[in-house]
Design a protein around this ligand. Structure first.
Ligand SMILES: [Zn+2]
Length: 161
């Protein structure tokens, strides 16, 4: 068991934090509510491959490897594709899954929940840019008992002062 744990730690340390230059992304804004309708032909040129694969092809990052699963700072998490504000650190909790987990969305209107293709899970999509962010489950803590299980690589964190 400890060997598995150690190898996961090693993976986490080897993987560089995914970050990209938002200046090439004309839609990126922390305040705009204008819907983003850019096509995948656009996003594939703008986003790093690992971000594109999650956001636009419903991929999932490996647990304990993405950004923020172990981030305990206070601040706001934004959609890394369009900048839409999504979660407060106040709603983040230790799920033990290796993915950043939250019990509620900052504003329920900022995400779109829909049945996954397999019909067994509920997908969480950014309502502004329609990028895939993760899934929501009914096994979270009080007060909502929801667990928004996010892929860290499609989030941007900005600490509050
Ligand atoms: Zn977005």
């Amino acid at each position: 068991m400890s060997i598995v744990f150690l190898s996961l730690q090693a993976c986490a340390q080897q993987k560089p934090v995914v970050d990209y230059d938002h200046s090439k992304n004309p839609y990126y804004s922390h305040t705009s509510q204008t819907p983003v309708t850019a096509s995948n032909d656009f996003w594939v040129k703008i986003l790093p491959p690992e971000v594109y694969q999650i956001a636009r092809e419903q991929g999932t990052e490996q647990p304990f490897t993405g950004k923020y699963w172990d981030n305990h700072k206070k601040g706001i998490y934004y959609c890394a594709i369009c900048g839409n504000p999504l979660y407060s650190s106040d709603a983040k909790f230790e799920s033990g899954t290796g993915w950043p987990s939250f019990y509620q969305v900052l504003d329920p209107a900022s995400v779109f929940l829909k049945a996954d293709a397999d019909g067994e899970r509920t997908e969480v999509e950014c309502k502004r840019c329609h990028s895939h962010l993760g899934h929501v489950f009914d096994d979270g803590p009080a007060p909502t008992y929801k667990r928004f299980c996010m892929d860290g690589d499609v989030l941007d964190f900005v600490p509050t002062k």
